[in-house]
Design a binder for this molecule. Structure first.
Ligand SMILES: CC(C)(COP(=O)(O)OP(=O)(O)OC[C@H]1O[C@@H](n2cnc3c(N)ncnc32)[C@H](O)[C@@H]1OP(=O)(O)O)[C@@H](O)C(=O)NCCC(=O)NCCS
Length: 174
């Protein structure tokens, strides 16, 4: 099991005692208490049990303060399956509003990237709402670049796709 606890120094503040690890079924109640979305988390825990992805959670003490789901089964969107075949996705990155801007989102992304490097993936992608310029700034800072194709439209949102190479960074072993 992957379990990381470290003092995390970021640009604005220091987060001590942040643990990032894959969620387990017993985390569901605490996750829903922090973020709601019982259907979403139940589904992602089921997919994780089936080996289809990984739900990473960030905890301060016993309280979930962030999460990201690493999606490595074929993408649902045809454009992604066609243009980025086999490339895993970071999805549903979320940090509780009371804990934002302290580096927790960055730590979740970095941990997800290390998980994917250990699985042998050479690239990672994600979709971000075209209006979410704050999140886009975070991804750009972490070396994600926009793909050279139009945004992807789903019924209620339009996503710009960002891609990052994972091969120029050394693999961090757990
Ligand atoms: C995006 C998000 C996960 C970042 O988590 P975080 O712990 O605050 O991230 P970090 O502290 O590592 O980095 C801070 C950066 O996040 C971005 N950010 C901050 N608040 C944000 C918000 N409300 N929405 C989107 N991005 C935000 C900014 O780029 C910020 O850096 P800057 O303003 O100094 O340039 C968090 O803000 C969040 O949950 N937002 C709402 C959900 C969301 O937009 N998810 C992304 C979907 S693609």
């Amino acid at each position: 099991m992957l379990l990381l606890t470290w003092p995390l120094t970021q640009r604005r503040s220091t987060v001590f005692d942040l643990t990032i690890r894959p969620a387990i079924d017993a985390d569901l109640t605490a996750l829903v208490r922090s973020f709601g979305q019982v259907g979403f988390f139940s589904d992602r825990l089921r997919r994780q049990r089936q080996g289809r992805g990984m739900l990473l959670i960030a905890l301060r003490g016993a309280i979930p303060v962030g999460n990201v789901y690493v999606w490595w089964e074929p993408a649902e969107e045809p454009e992604l399956r066609e243009r980025l075949p086999g490339v895993p996705l970071l999805t549903h990155l979320e940090v509780h509003p009371h804990h934002r801007n302290r580096g927790i989102g960055t730590a979740l992304i970095r941990e997800a990237e290390d998980v994917l490097r250990r699985r042998g993936h050479r690239r990672v992608a994600l979709g971000v709402d075209v209006r979410n310029v704050d999140a886009q700034r975070l991804y750009t800072r972490l070396d994600y670049t926009e793909w050279p194709y139009p945004p992807v439209r789903v019924p209620e949102e339009t996503f710009q796709i960002f891609v990052k190479s994972l091969v120029d960074m050394p693999i961090k072993h757990a």
